[in-house]
Design a protein around this ligand. Structure first.
Ligand SMILES: C[S@@+](CC[C@H](N)C(=O)[O-])C[C@H]1O[C@@H](n2cnc3c(N)ncnc32)[C@H](O)[C@@H]1O
Length: 213
């Protein structure tokens, strides 16, 4: 068993909020506890079924929900016996209310480091209008089609999506990230759009049910 502070530091260093941490050797579940406390999901394997009660008590199943643990799901899967193992378990813990807003490994906001190691400010924009449930116009004049987002036909959803985007972007800077494919067949500029607080507009619209994929 190792102290909680050890996985805590490593998880903070090498993963982000909403990520999933795998511990192939759960033991008493220290890694999973640290992961859940830090808003990560966790999957763990433990071969010795006698550890299950220790794991449950360490991560606080059946206790008051701790920080980040509302809607906390825990699934315990017993692996079927085979010739090599006896009673091996997979134990998965899912902070399923956490939505992955951004992959910070790919995207950094505010400052970026260039090839010479110098920091420079990343371009940010203001949204001057929302031209469709999946389309915004920036103060640079660029019209951006939100990548992976399709409007729902009904007028109700279109209006809701536009007003949702208006509320989110009004008074806020936005950052634009392009994927491999920069234009669709109709030559629309495709991009992911984020707020400075890493709210991912494309995903938000879909998760709210205001647009489809
Ligand atoms: C050193 S303990 C891990 C302790 C854990 N980091 C903690 O702090 O609670 C290693 C664990 O790996 C488990 N283990 C060993 N071989 C395994 C296997 N093939 N599959 C799953 N668990 C295994 C052992 O039963 C033991 O509980």
């Amino acid at each position: 068993m190792f102290p909680l502070e050890l996985p805590r530091r490593l998880i903070k260093m090498f993963s982000f909020y909403g990520d999933t941490v795998l511990d192939p050797f759960l033991g008493s579940g220290t890694t999973t506890k640290a992961a859940l406390d830090l808003g990560r999901n966790s999957i763990g394997y433990e071969i010795n079924k006698n550890f299950l009660s220790a794991i449950k008590s360490k991560i606080g199943i059946n206790q008051e929900p701790a920080l980040f643990r509302e809607n906390f799901d825990c699934e315990i899967i017993y692996q079927k016996n085979n010739n090599k193992t006896n009673g091996n378990k997979t134990i998965g813990f899912n902070n399923n209310h956490i939505e992955r807003l951004v992959d910070p490994k790919k995207f950094k906001f505010g400052t970026v480091i260039d090839m010479n190691g110098k920091q420079k400010k990343e371009d940010s924009y203001k949204v001057i209008s929302i031209s469709a449930p999946n389309e915004i116009v920036l103060d640079s004049g660029q019209k951006i089609r939100l990548l992976g987002v399709l409007p729902i036909e009904e007028e109700y959803y279109k209006k809701k999506a536009i007003s949702f985007l208006n509320n989110l972007t009004s008074g806020n800077k936005v950052f634009v990230k392009y994927d491999g494919q920069k234009f669709d067949n109709a030559k629309n500029l495709l991009a992911y759009v984020y707020l400075q607080n890493k709210t991912f507009l494309n995903a938000k619209l879909i998760k709210k049910g205001l647009t489809k994929m």
